[in-house]
Ligand binder design. Structure first.
Ligand code: MF3
Ligand code: CO
Length: 255
């Protein structure tokens, strides 16, 4: 799907969809604990979407069977919610996409379940830092390659694997629009980032290698070496000082 340029009214609609995605994350984070099933997380996300008259970006997409994606430990992305119970020490990557008023918001976050290992905590901290750097690089006038270069240059010297077989994407009326947004590359490559371009930026790092495998369910992507994986994603509009986050977590949401 082609690269689309949005006007301010469209970006405002994407911010509304994104804010709902952020609210869903806040509400999921509040119930993540040992013993909770990933299906329970999916149900809560579906309920909040319905409360707002929104729908899931993922449910039914190429036959995807759930509202959100829940990927545990060595699962990188596209884990399908089900009866699995989270355990103390797990990490769970939750990917949420919402369609509101015709526009998508898409954001993922990896959460610790109870106390996690120092290795897991460092992976989470540094994958979030890689996302922050990638967003800062999503600046009008930069080339797209600056985004992936920022991830790679931060992650590789710190000993992490960078997932190269999956990446971010343009987003708008469609969940996946051009361009593909790799988490690696060179800053002088790719199209120039222009005002009105909206991107889902989503680094995926591992504590081991970079090879992936897809499970027999046809969706779940795991690390080939079963090392831990983390995934942090925001939807942004490129701006003069870097990406403007459209999927902020609202503060002060009380339910
Ligand atoms: N955020 C993910 C992506 O950008 C979620 C896709 S899950 C799917 O690809 F089921 F919709 F494919
Ligand atoms: Co995405």
């Amino acid at each position: 799907m082609a690269m689309t340029i949005k006007n301010q009214a469209e970006i405002d609609k994407m911010r509304a969809a994104g804010r709902l995605v952020g609210e869903i994350h806040v509400r999921l984070a509040a119930i993540i604990a040992p013993g909770v099933t990933t299906a329970e997380l999916d149900r809560l996300a579906a309920d909040v979407l319905a409360e707002h008259g929104a729908t899931s970006s993922f449910l039914g997409y190429r036959g995807y069977p759930a509202t959100i994606c829940t990927s545990v430990n060595d699962e990188i992305v596209h884990g399908i919610p089900g009866p699995r119970r989270l355990r103390e020490g797990d990490i769970v990557s939750i990917d949420v996409g919402a369609i509101l008023d015709g526009y998508h918001g898409d954001s993922a976050w990896t959460y610790p379940v109870g106390a996690v290992s120092e290795e897991a905590a460092r992976l989470l901290r540094d994958t979030e830092a890689a996302l922050d750097l990638a967003i800062a690089a999503a600046r009008i006038g930069n080339r797209l390659g600056a985004v992936g270069a920022a991830v790679e240059r931060f992650a590789i010297p710190r000993g992490f694997g960078v997932i190269r077989e999956y990446g971010g994407h343009g987003i708008g009326r469609q969940m996946h629009e051009d361009p593909h947004v790799p988490n690696h590359g060179r800053p002088e490559r790719g199209p120039i980032l222009r005002p009105g371009l909206t991107l889902a930026i989503e680094p995926m790092l591992t504590t081991g290698g970079e090879a992936t495998r897809e499970l027999a369910d046809g969706w779940t992507v795991v690390t080939a070496d079963h090392s831990l994986a983390a995934h942090f994603e925001h939807t942004v509009a490129v701006g003069p000082e870097g990406g403007i986050i459209l999927t902020e977590r609202p503060i002060g949401v009380v339910h």
